[in-house]
Design a protein around this ligand. Structure first.
Ligand SMILES: *[C@@H]1O[C@H](CO)[C@@H](O)[C@H](O)[C@H]1NC(C)=O
Ligand SMILES: *[C@@H]1O[C@H](CO)[C@@H](O)[C@H](O)[C@H]1NC(C)=O
Ligand SMILES: *[C@@H]1O[C@H](CO)[C@@H](O)[C@H](O)[C@H]1NC(C)=O
Ligand SMILES: *[C@@H]1O[C@H](CO)[C@@H](O)[C@H](O)[C@H]1NC(C)=O
Ligand SMILES: [Zn+2]
Length: 436
């Protein structure tokens, strides 16, 4: 992004290099008085260590507002949202985990199709625009910075997207998904949400079932980052105990500062540190101040607190833009990240710590997840299946041998061989229509 760099007077630009010492002294004195010097320092730091952000729901907004019709908009400048290419570049956002999120109402319905469609729109966005680059490895992520691209990582937000199927999980990996939040606001048949919004799959004292453990193991084997934002604390604890690789909270803040169930309590932070994982602080006002309004100072309090508990090496940023409506004053869109870094600099965070928070911590975690994958490379793909009684799903087609002696009962009609026959007929008809 050198072209943009010119818009910020860089401390290392030739003009300053050639300046007389006393001029520099005077100008930096003026800088301190006007606040300019800090801004310049932030932009230099973020030019060198541009942000890798953990969570953004632009794909959801593309569905809601544009029905995923990318041809109708210009991603350089999108109105009524907080994210577009122009503002990502202005905010020194060099990499973004884009969530592919489908509402919990789709669980046991068409969650898999909807997830595929969201993956499609992120893949299109990140391949049709030269400014973006879809990345699927830590090395590609590193290289994308040198190529001056905004790297796109795909993350599934909610385990209901895999419909309790490890083969579906593996196919999502093949499509480029490199992280998955185990739940959104609904429990899955195998993991528990922090939200009580839906009462499906409630369970007691079994927040990560045998199948849930198999999901975590398969994600470890594939090299897919486990994301614990949105899970219950019990589920988070069980995963932290079970995962062989570091995990992340891609967009959660500190429960000690704001006691919202989406935030992370200190005792879990200690477990996260043992796991060598990462908490990427969410900027949504309601998780920051527990109110609809917040300011940058409130956000920095979360960073200070988490640093005091587990150190700057365990912290990242997961803005959650497009996934929520209220954001702190001064942090209204993705171009505003430098204001947060400036606040942290003023609170005596070192440039080393901030470089960690901005990108090095995430790169370390991603690389370690890949290392664990390599260590597990002798393991075969898991063939664990969820017991049928655990998925209360009338849409689930179960293959059974034909039963010529009697017709299937009406409730089984679409599950048995007759259902398959109907399906085959429909497929034949639709293909002949397409041929015509
Ligand atoms: C974005 O588009 C709006 C009109 O939709 C225009 O007013 C604005 O100047 C544009 N911004 C940029 C950075 O191009
Ligand atoms: C479930 O866990 C709670 C604490 O979270 C405990 O009080 C209770 O006894 C447990 N119940 C069972 C059946 O183990
Ligand atoms: C952690 O895992 C061990 C077995 O690996 C188990 O004995 C222990 O109960 C687990 N602890 C929690 C909190 O899940
Ligand atoms: C931020 O909000 C807090 C209240 O939560 C207030 O005490 C503080 O003065 C505000 N800071 C700024 C810089 O506005
Ligand atoms: Zn979320």
């Amino acid at each position: 992004m050198p072209a943009r760099r010119k818009t910020f007077k860089s401390a290392s630009s030739s003009f300053w290099m050639k300046s007389l010492g006393h001029l520099v002294a005077i100008s930096s004195l003026c800088g301190i008085i006007s606040g300019y010097s800090d801004r310049e320092r932030v932009h230099d730091l973020m030019y060198k260590y541009p942000l890798i952000d953990g969570h953004n729901d632009l794909a959801l907004q593309l569905r809601i507002r544009h029905n995923n019709r990318l041809s109708q908009i210009d991603l350089h400048n999108v109105s009524k949202v907080a994210t577009d290419i122009t503002r990502l570049q202005a905010g020194h956002v060099q990499a973004q985990m884009f969530a592919v999120y489908v509402m919990c109402g789709a669980q046991e319905k068409d969650a898999v199709r909807l997830t595929l469609e969201q993956i499609d729109v992120v893949r299109r966005m990140c391949t049709e625009y030269q400014d973006f680059q879809l990345v699927t490895s830590a090395q590609e992520l590193r290289n994308s910075k040198d190529r001056q691209k905004i790297a796109c990582l795909i993350s599934i937000e909610g385990g209901h997207s895999i419909d309790s199927s490890l083969p579906a999980l593996r196919m999502f990996y093949q499509l480029g998904v490199r992280s998955m939040a185990l739940t959104h606001t609904c429990n899955t048949p195998w993991a528990e949400s922090s939200s009580k919004l839906y009462n499906v799959y409630q369970r007691r004292n079994n927040s990560l079932t045998t199948f849930g453990k198999a999901v975590v193991e398969e994600m470890n084997r594939l090299g897919m980052i486990v994301d614990l934002s949105h899970t219950s604390w019990d589920t988070a604890l069980a995963v932290l105990n079970h995962s062989k690789a570091p995990v992340i909270f891609s967009h959660s803040s500190s429960f000690s500062i704001c006691d919202h169930s989406r935030n992370v309590p200190d005792r879990l932070l200690h477990e996260l540190k043992k796991n060598r994982g990462l908490i990427m602080v969410n900027l949504h006002s309601n998780f920051i101040s527990c109110r609809n309004e917040a300011n940058i100072s409130n956000v920095a309090d979360h960073f200070d607190h988490i640093k005091s508990v587990i150190g700057a090496e365990s912290i990242g940023i997961g803005g959650d833009f497009e996934g929520a409506v209220n954001f702190p004053r001064g942090l209204e869109d993705v171009s505003k990240y430098p204001a947060l870094i400036q606040e942290l600099l003023q609170r005596n965070w070192t440039e080393y710590e901030l470089a960690d928070v901005l990108r090095r911590n995430f790169l370390r975690v991603f690389e370690e997840v890949e290392r664990v994958r390599d260590q597990l490379s002798a393991n075969r793909p898991s063939e664990v299946q969820i017991p049928l009684e655990k998925v209360q799903n009338s849409c689930r087609l179960v293959l059974r041998p034909p039963n010529p002696k009697g017709l299937p009962s009406s409730s089984q009609a679409l599950h048995g061989p007759k259902g398959l026959l109907i399906l085959a007929t429909v497929l034949l008809l639709s293909s002949s229509i397409m041929i015509e």
